[in-house]
Write a protein that binds this ligand. Sequence first.
Ligand SMILES: Nc1nc2c(ncn2[C@@H]2O[C@H](COP(=O)(O)OP(=O)(O)OP(=O)(O)O)[C@@H](O)[C@H]2O)c(=O)[nH]1
Ligand SMILES: [Mg+2]
Length: 258
Amino acid sequence: MISWRHIARLLKRSDMVIEVLDIRDPITTRSRKVEELARILSKEIIVVLNKSDLVPKRIADLWIKKFNSYGLNTITFSMYNKKSKSILLKKLEQNLMYRDPLTASIVGYPKTGKSTIINSLKGKKSASTSPIPGSPGYTKSFTRYKIREGIYIIDTPGIIPYGIGYPDSVIRGKNVEELKDPVRPAIDLLRKILSYNPDAIAKAYGIGESDPYKILETLALKRMWVYKKSKEPIIEEAAKTIIRDYHKAKIKFFVPPL
Ligand SMILES: Nc1nc2c(ncn2[C@@H]2O[C@H](COP(=O)(O)OP(=O)(O)OP(=O)(O)O)[C@@H](O)[C@H]2O)c(=O)[nH]1
Ligand SMILES: [Mg+2]
């Protein structure tokens, strides 16, 4: 992961900035600091609300409206949507008038889909990607990719999730296997998921409980994750599964704009 000092240095040598947010939770994954740095350095910034296939279209449209009202040039994107690819490419091409070759840097919190966007634009898998923080394939260093003649994008590691708000600060910062206590962030994550999508857990696991701890218990028992002697449920295992499935979008979750 990268620090602000690195980002500032990177932005200085970029012609444009692509800020990638997860459209399921754009406010949490938004980095005002990146936006401010781009403004101070007079770099054009495009905000990409990524993974738009994971939210209903009306929600995506509302978020676009909202971000436009903040004065940000904002588009939606999905690796499964060809049109979004050509829209982003066009935005980059428009700037070739002023700068040729053009180098854009792509920045955002871990797992927002930065490397996947590069692969979509290139039309083949060049940048490595991974579903959960710290799992093989996450971006470790700045790498420049040629998208087409004259257009380059620098892929970057996710920004250190500082100031992003709990529990994302914890679950985006480390591999789930490295968390000392996965239970607490999993419980708070469940609380957050259920507050916006009350039936998300029932749909994903067939568990009708609404108390987060009960959900972990039930999931562990359902999957037969129990201690050999006591037959008590292994809550930690269930907690890790919830965090992993959240990253993998197996739990249908999104925050609607207010
Ligand atoms: N459904 C869906 N999933 C996506 C999309 N874009 C990326 N993903 C998934 O999101 C996960 C993270 O993608 P990456 O491209 O590795 O994300 P990153 O921002 O480069 O991650 P770091 O390098 O760790 O910061 C992967 O499992 C991708 O398959 C999308 O448009 N839709
Ligand atoms: Mg990456």
